[in-house]
Each structure stands twice: as C-alpha cells, then as structure tokens.
Write a protein that binds this ligand. Structure first.
Ligand code: MGD
Ligand code: MGD
Ligand code: SF4
Ligand code: MO
Length: 729
C-alpha cells in the first residue's frame, strides 16, 4: 500500500456557486482593504475575496476579511426594536415608530428636568462617514447636548490630540507608499502582523525589495518584534523618555536638519533645553534600553535619507499618550522627515472608520475638523444647516471617559450608545456596570442584540451592519473608500443612517435642517463643507462613482484637480495648520504617574489583541474559523516567573488588581518579561475587570496598557468549569 502524499486526497475548494461579486471595503481594521462579497443564486453571501486592482491590498485579505461574509448571519443579530420599563424587566418587541417616539420623549423629559447636557451620546469608529455626519447633525443641531463623544477616546484620541498640538490639525500626514521610500522605520507599540496584517504585508514587501532597518519599541516580543532588526523592550509607559534621549543624541551629535527646523518649526529652544536632561545614561535607567543602543538607534534614524515612525496603542493608550505622539512628530520635524516620501510620522488608525468619525462626526467639534470654540466655524455650520448658531455650545463637552463618571455622580441621567460595547471594552468594568445601572434611560443601538451592554438597556435598536449599508470609510492613509449594500438589512433592522434621520424628525430643529434621504446626499453636503477651505480635509473632488472606479481616493482631493487620486502626503510644502504656518516642537518632561508593580501587585499587566478576534468578539466570536483558532481567554506569562510561583503551563490562575479579579489560563512564553503578563482584551469578564485606565491629561484616553496585578492559585476544577461556560466554540 502506498503511504504519504500520493495516497492523500487532493484538497478541493468547494464551488461556492457565486453568481455575482459585489464591491465593498472591509469593516474591521483601518487598513481599508477592498473586498468583493460573493452572492449565490439564493441571494446569500457565500464568499469574500480581495480586490486585485485596489492599491491598498492588491488582492490580499487577512483571516478576518476572508470570512467577513459570514457575519451577516452570525448568531445574536437583532432584528426587532425591543423596549422595557426597567432594565431588569423583560424586553418586549415594539415598532420602530413607538421605539423612536419613546426615545425622543425620554430625551426631552431628561433635558427639561436636568438640562440639555444631562443626556449623553457615545458613538464609535465603526459607522459609515455619512452616518457620522448625520449623527453629528442630530446631536449638535437637534438634540443639543454637549456630552457627545465616541469610543475613539479609547483608541485614537491621543493621536488626534498629538497631531493637533504638533501640526495644528488632525490628519495622518503619510501613507503606505512611504514604506517603499523610507531609509529607516521605528514602530512604537504597534503589532502590524496581527492587527493590520495587510499593512504589514505592504511593509514586508517593501523590505524584501530594498532592505531598510526596522526598529520595534514594545515591552513584548510581538510578531513584528520578531521580524525587526532591533527590538527595544521598553519599560512600560516610558516611551517619551526614550524619545527625549533619541532627540538628545541627535542634537548633541549635530544630526538634526537645521534648515528645516529654522524654516518650519516653532519653539526649538524649549525642546532643546528639555532634552538636555535626557542623556542616554540617565534615560536608560528609566526606560530600560541601554545607552549604546539609544545612541545607535538615534544615529540610524537621523542619518537615513528619509526616516519614519509609525505607532498604535502602545503609544496612544498611556498616561503620556498625547505626549508620545508629539514625540514621534518632533523626531520627524528635527530630522526634516515630514511630507516627503519615506519621511513621516504616521499614526496607524484602529477601527475601520475611526478616521471618518474624526473628520465628520462633530464629536469633538463641528464637521470637517471645525471647532466649537471658533465663532466663524459655528456660524458657517449654523448657516449651512439653517439654524441659529447660539444653539451650539462654545466649547467641547465631556469625553467618553468623563461621561461615565458624570453618570456616577448623577450629572448625566440618560445615555445613547451607538456601536460600542463598554461593558467589555472600558477599564474597570465592575464600575461601569454600576454606572450603567444608575441611568434613568439607556439606549443601545447595535447590530447584535446579545452584546453585554444590552443587559443594562431600556431600549435596544437593531442596526444593519457593515455591507448591509451604503456609504464610505476613511482608512489610515486618509483614503476614502466605498461600502456598498451587498445584502439588505437583516429582518427589521435598519441602517444607522435611517435611524438618525427618523429620530431627527422628532425634534423641532429636525424640521429646519435638511436631512437627505440617502447617504449620497449626505456625502454631497460634506463635499460642499470641505470645498475651498484652508483645511487639508478637502473631498470636493470626489464622488461615489469616482471612488468606486479608483477603489479608494486619498484626501485632500480638490474639485477641479485632474486625475483620480488625491494627495499621497500632507505638509509637502512645510506649511502647517498653525497660526504662523510652522509646526510646534513640544518639550516633554516625563512625570512617572502610572500604577506600577509593587510588592503587593508585582506584575505589569499589559493587554491588546490577537489576529483572529476583533474587539469584544460580537462578530469574530461567532465565526467558525476565527473562534476555532482562538477560543479561550489566556494570559501570556514568562516561564521563569511561573516556575518561581509553581505555576504550570495551561493551568488556571486568579489575577487580582486593586479593582477586581479574573480567572485565566496560563500560556507560558518568553514573549513577555518575567515581571509582566499580557492578556488579549477580547473576552468579557477578563482583563478589563482588572485594568485601571488612568487618563492622559490631553486626550482623556485610558492607559489600558499599564497597571499592576498579583497572581494567586485557584481551584483548577472550578476554574475549568467557569472557563468552559465562557467560551463558545
Ligand atoms: N485582529 C485585530 N486587529 C485589530 C483590532 C482587533 O481587535 N483585532 N483592533 C483594531 C483597533 S481598534 C486598534 S486600536 C488596533 C490596535 O493595534 P495595536 O496597537 O498594534 O495592538 P495592541 O495589541 O492593542 O497593542 C500593541 C502593542 O502595544 C504594546 N505596548 C504595551 N505597553 C507599551 C508601552 O508602554 N510602550 C510601547 N511602545 N508599547 C507598548 C503591547 O505590548 C502590544 O504589543 O488594531 C486594529 N486591528
Ligand atoms: N484592556 C483593553 N481594553 C481596550 C483596548 C485594549 O487594548 N485593552 N482597546 C480599546 C480600543 S483601541 C477600542 S477601539 C475599544 C473598542 O471597544 P468597543 O467599541 O466597545 O468594541 P466593539 O466590540 O468593536 O464594539 C462595537 C460594537 O458595534 C457593533 N457594530 C458593528 N457594526 C455596527 C454598525 O454598523 N452599526 C451599529 N449600530 N453597530 C455596529 C458591534 O456589534 C459591537 O457591539 O476597546 C478598547 N478597550
Ligand atoms: S487587514 Fe484589516 S482591512 Fe484588511 S482584511 Fe484584515 S481586517 Fe480587513
Ligand atoms: Mo481601537
């Protein structure tokens, strides 16, 4: 009998019987891959494939994109609005009219009794841009509460704040094509192969064609760190110390770009005075990277013809998040590396449309990067919408992370959550639970009814999801791409756009302001608001048809300009959005203000993501090949540390922090240092029962990546039982 290869049946990929492929853009991460969804004869979505002609992904998809068509039918979708008197009573099905009437009445009653700002709205980075713009119109123009924010406070707030402080405006200045030109790349707290696999593929391909040094700053040996030339396992929360030390060496050795600094930056002297204190010998003691390595990295970066930084949550989710972003920007400015091919400071965005909300949702201001604080901006928007400018507040209200404590203290009585699941994603979830229980009225608007937060809602509104809807997303490199409705909304669920429009009709200003009845109409309004302004955010040269044809267009893309593409890079002329057109160099004195390990809680607690899951698993937890590969909450622990405590591989332990406890399975790995553990945050009742989430003073973003825990033994049989209940294979 023949054994081996010849005896095996060849793998056959079953014919999915696709009759039509429909174009859309991936709804998970901010890479922005173009996808085609395959529809069969019965009108069911049966396959997904990458689009070869799309510049972003060139035919590729990661594991989440490949199975994205399965999410339409995933368990737990809501298909009927449901309502109850109190959250511990049973939900009852209701009509959309009754649901929205009740909601409008409750909002008005709360506002009449406790003031306009007593009703808060928290949205997301996962709606379509037109939906964000419309929600902004509804909240700022009709409901009129100033306590309006998004889950982007947990995610991109530090990047936004840092960009504004350095360059005078938000907006990532670089693009993926910079990988093909750069001479050196530093990745700060970013794990591309798992979190942005297709951006990683672009980087890898560029390095295969032309090797350039990749330097990874991360306390953990991530997959990206494994591919790096130099890995800097930094002491958690001390990136600004390393940044200061790099700038110290650059200035000490005269490696800076004097001409660029003089022409295009403010406050060089203040920055130089500050970094003087951060000589590599002193800095090494704080950030844990030895002084020779600091000097070497500074030289490699500054001497490269062009050099770039990228970063994600390792920088943003810190008490120095905003400072860390300005640190990346200052490194670029000092070496003349902004607005040139391969020379940039590029924040890697998180959610599929976190950029769209920053640009158009009015969460932190008014549409198109306008400010509530500027009279001219308020007037422009009020005129365009046809309302009185005095309806707008004159400064920004609370951030998401301040809204929850304000509920606790009784200032806020009602809350509307749109596409975010704070019961799993916020720090210190037992406190969040108590907070939600205090609300007089909570509305959860989500594509899935079974999200943990719905347990505390009075009203649940079932939203259509992703490619059941029509509109645009903006990705990390400012590329606007189309999402098209490849399938109709499930059951009686409705596009978020429709829900916002219907609710608007129930407020007096909703009849003054024009709410177009399709997203293309909203897009046309956004185009007009972006036209001819001084701002970089100009989309007036785009249209749905052009975007689809080009498979994504970057902004700025101005009306009347030729070609199908917008500008690849911002600030190519060295002109910034500050009063004098020069970028700000910002001194970063380091204050050690984190919760740190101590004798009682001796381990650093770090958290993040795995490639198979997206956030709180409302989608990926139910999709076969994603949950099969990563079904169990686990904790990475160093084998030497485990040996000292007598902890076995794959045994259960109980973690304790000053907030609470969690039981997890141990995975022994050298990926983490002996004094640190890492837990993916995707699972409910896990790492966020422990996390502290101290806030960055500028961005109000929580420091999810740093807190302290103790590890204690737990009854193995009981823990195994508990864990089995938690996973759903
Ligand atoms: N598969 C998958 N992909 C995703 C997502 C997902 O849930 N799943 N979510 C998307 C979203 S919204 C986001 S925001 C991005 C997040 O993308 P990433 O930020 O790349 O992912 P994380 O795992 O959260 O964190 C990155 C790294 O920060 C490191 N880190 C911790 N502390 C520090 C520190 O003090 N300094 C430095 N330099 N690094 C530190 C961690 O060890 C971790 O390896 O991913 C996006 N893509
Ligand atoms: N410990 C720890 N905690 C973290 C992080 C960490 O690294 N560590 N990362 C933080 C970061 S960066 C982020 S971005 C947050 C994410 O935190 P969340 O925003 O709470 O996470 P999601 O699970 O993505 O929640 C989005 C919700 O929107 C729903 N949804 C999807 N599409 C639609 C739609 O089209 N319409 C409507 N109405 N609903 C829709 C989904 O079903 C889901 O329930 O978590 C944060 N929490
Ligand atoms: S890399 Fe991001 S955008 Fe591309 S397929 Fe994967 S999850 Fe989707
Ligand atoms: Mo995020």
């Amino acid at each position: 009998m023949l054994l081996g290869r010849e005896d095996q049946k060849p793998i056959r990929i079953a014919d999915k019987k696709v009759v039509e492929w429909k174009y859309t853009t991936c709804g998970y991460c901010s890479t922005g891959c173009s996808i085609e969804v395959g529809i069969d004869e019965e009108g069911k979505a049966v396959a997904s494939r990458g689009v070869a002609g799309a510049d972003v992904n060139r035919g590729k998809l990661c594991i989440k994109g490949i199975f994205e068509h399965e999410l339409f039918e995933a368990a737990g979708r809501g298909d009927q609005p449901v309502l109850r008197d109190r959250f511990h009573h049973d939900f009852k099905d209701t009509s959309w009219d009754h649901a929205l009437d009740t909601m409008a009445d409750k909002i008005k009653a709360i506002q009449e009794q406790h003031g306009r700002d007593a009703f808060a709205v928290v949205s997301t980075g996962q709606l379509l841009t037109e939906e964000f713009y419309t929600l902004g119109k509804l909240v700022r123009g009709c409901i009129g509460t100033n306590n309006y924010c998004g889950n982007t406070t947990l995610c991109m707030a530090s990047a936004v704040s840092g960009y504004k402080r350095s360059f005078g405006s938000d907006g990532p200045p670089g693009c993926y094509d910079d990988f093909s030109h750069t001479g050196c790349l530093i990745a700060w707290g970013s794990n591309l192969p798992e979190q942005h696999p297709v951006i990683y593929w672009r980087l890898k391909e560029a390095r295969e064609k032309r090797h350039f040094p990749l330097i990874v700053v991360d306390p953990r040996v991530t997959m990206l760190a494994q591919f790096a030339d130099i890995h800097l396992p930094i002491t958690p929360g001390t990136d600004v110390v390393l940044q200061n030390a790099l700038m110290h060496v650059i200035l000490e050795e005269g490696l800076e770009d004097r001409a660029y600094i003089e022409q295009h930056t403010n406050d060089f002297d203040q920055l130089a005075a500050c970094v003087k204190d951060y000589d590599p010998t002193t800095a090494a003691k704080i950030c844990g990277i030895n002084e020779d390595t600091i000097r070497h990295v500074a030289r490699v970066f500054a001497k490269a013809d062009s050099a770039m930084s990228i970063w994600t949550m390792g920088i943003n989710q810190s008490t120095h998040g905003s400072d860390g972003v300005t640190g990346c920007n200052s490194l670029a400015l000092l070496t003349g590396n902004i607005g040139k091919p391969g020379g940039t400071s590029l924040s890697i965005t998180g959610q599929c449309n976190a950029m769209g909300t920053r640009e158009w949702s009015s969460c932190s201001g008014l549409p198109g990067y306008r400010y509530l604080e500027k009279e001219q901006d308020r007037q422009e928007i009020a005129d365009f919408w046809g309302i009185d400018p005095s309806f707008f507040p004159t400064k920004r209200g609370m951030a998401q992370t301040d809204i929850f404590p304000a509920i606790e203290s009784g200032q806020i009585k009602g809350l509307w959550l749109v596409a975010t699941n704070p019961m799993t994603s916020m720090p210190n979830t037992s406190r969040i639970r108590k907070t939600l229980e205090k609300l007089d009225f909570l509305v959860v608007q989500d594509a899935y009814q079974d999200v943990e937060t719905t347990q505390y809602a009075h009203l649940y509104l079932p939203a259509a999801v992703w490619a059941e809807k029509e509109g645009c997303f903006t990705n990390t490199e400012r590329r606007v791409n189309r999402v098209t409705n490849v399938l109709p909304p499930k059951g009686n669920s409705k596009p978020d756009f429709w829900i916002f429009n219907q609710l608007a009709k129930r407020f007096p200003n909703g009849n003054k302001i024009h709410f177009p009845d399709n997203t293309e109409g909203a897009f046309e309004e956004m185009k007009q608001l972006s036209k001819g302004t001084e701002r970089t955010l100009d989309i007036s040269g785009m249209s749905y048809a052009k975007i689809e044809q080009a498979k994504g267009i970057q902004w700025p893309c101005r009306e009347g300009e030729d070609g199908m593409q917008g500008d690849a890079r911002l600030y190519t002329d060295g002109f910034f959005q500050t009063p004098n057109g020069k970028a700000n160099l910002i001194p970063l004195p380091f204050v050690d203000n984190n919760e740190r390990p101590c004798s009682e809680y001796p381990f650093w607690l770090n958290s993040g993501r795995v490639v198979e899951h997206f956030h709180t698993r409302t989608r990926t937890g139910k999709l076969g090949n994603l949950n099969k590969y990563s079904p169990t909450p686990y904790m990475e622990m160093n084998p030497d540390a485990a040996a000292k405590l007598g902890i076995q591989h794959q045994s259960y332990v109980r973690l304790l922090s000053r907030r609470g406890d969690a039981v997890v399975m141990v995975q022994l790995t050298q990926r983490v240092a002996p004094n640190a553990v890492f837990i993916p945050f995707h699972f409910h009742d896990c790492v966020n029962r422990l996390s502290l989430g101290l806030l960055d003073p500028h961005s109000r973003q929580p420091a999810f990546k740093q807190s302290a825990v103790r590890i204690v033994p737990v009854d193995q049989t009981l823990a195994a039982k508990l864990n089995k209940q938690r996973r759903d294979f």
